[in-house]
Design a protein around this ligand. Structure first.
Ligand code: SF4
Length: 351
């Protein structure tokens, strides 16, 4: 069989399976219809590093509040960050808002229909551009998410460990992408990876690619894709100051726009550094001087690149004038965009 007819057979088998077994997802169009680019974009941004099950309710909530991209563009950024709470990576929510404004303001409310056009928008990288182009506009683009990466590595038995193996996997995925129904093909690969070609125990007996799959034939499907050993994450340390005023309000401040948890509210803290802090040294970095600092335990949190240990100390001040930030009663914390880390701090301080 020639290479192209072999690929046609693979495509046909997978699309036939997809027509029978496709997942029903809130952002997907019914069979034979094109999905709304706004829905595809929103779901793809939300799905980065988060599961489909988690994203469903967030997606429904966003679309109910902001039915069109123009509505999201006109929304207050704080409302968007607030609605995003629990999805992590707030830079993504900020870019989501910027992107909505770019589409509404510069593109007349219509998403560009090419990968290059989509790539020019804030917060859209090569994967997301390919996913939107394929799913919303049926462009023969090759988005390679974790599911497609796994399915492709196994089908073609690509054994080079990740991340180095990504190049070969992406080339193989491109080679598989058909010109007919490329959007359905991409979604079929995603569904196959989610439902059949699962990470630990692929259900090869149920797979439309059982016969042509090279890793299944070699007996090492569950070991692919291989991964290079991970480097240990460093641990950083900080001291966080839970400062109450006479009315029981707590000092919060907004983090810098750029960087980790950019623009989110926080309980003030020292820098986060490699060495643990001495209590007296840390006290010199408090935004206000309290008569004494009471320990309230330690909060642990893990970011993508490091573990964080924050020692929580509580103090009371009588004044509070001149402090940079906002005084908020803990019962009103729900009105502010507090990241998960800061919710943990509040829980420790409130006992
Ligand atoms: Fe994955 Fe097995 Fe299908 Fe190969 S045969 S693609 S390993 S489920």
């Amino acid at each position: 069989m020639s290479l192209s007819s072999a690929n046609d057979a693979l495509t046909g088998a997978l699309l036939g399976w997809y027509d029978r077994h496709r997942r029903i997802l809130p952002w997907r169009a019914p069979a034979g219809r094109r999905a709304d680019p706004y829905h595809v974009w929103l779901s793809e941004i939300m799905l980065q590093q988060t599961t489909v099950a988690t994203v469903k309710s967030y997606f429904d909530d966003f679309v109910a509040r902001w039915p069109r991209v123009e509505d999201l563009a006109a929304a207050d950024l704080d409302d968007v960050l607030h609605a995003w709470q629990g999805l992590g990576y707030y830079a993504r929510a900020r870019n989501l808002h910027k992107c909505a404004q770019a589409v509404a303001g510069d593109h007349g409310g219509r998403f560009p229909d090419t990968e290059a056009g989509l790539l020019s928008l804030p917060g859209i990288g090569p994967y997301t551009a390919a996913a939107i182009a394929a799913i919303a506009f049926d462009v023969p683009a090759s988005p390679v998410d974790g599911n497609i990466e796994r399915v492709t590595a196994r089908l073609r038995r690509i054994t080079e460990p990740l991340p180095g193996g990504k190049t070969a996997i992406q080339a193989a995925a491109r080679d598989l992408t058909p010109s007919r129904r490329p959007g359905d093909f991409a979604q079929a690969m995603m569904d196959l990876g989610a439902m059949v070609c699962t990470p630990r125990a692929p259900k090869c007996d149920l797979c439309p690619w059982h016969d042509p799959c090279a890793a299944r034939a070699a007996g090492n499907a569950a070991d692919l894709p291989a991964r290079a050993p991970k480097k240990a994450k460093p641990t950083r340390h900080g001291v966080v100051f839970w400062i109450k005023d006479a009315k029981g309000r707590v000092l919060l401040r907004r983090r810098a726009e750029r960087g980790l948890l950019g623009g989110m509210m926080e309980v003030p803290s020292t820098d986060w550094r490699d060495d643990p802090w001495d209590k007296d040294e840390a006290a010199g970095h408090a935004p206000l001087a309290a008569a004494s600092w009471e320990g309230a335990g330690e909060v642990r949190h893990t970011f993508t690149h490091f573990h964080l240990r924050l020692t929580v100390v509580c103090g009371t001040v009588t004044g509070g004038d001149g402090a940079e930030g906002t005084w908020v009663h803990p019962r009103d914390f729900g009105d502010h965009a507090l990241p998960t880390l800061m919710k943990k701090v509040a829980k420790a301080a409130l006992g």
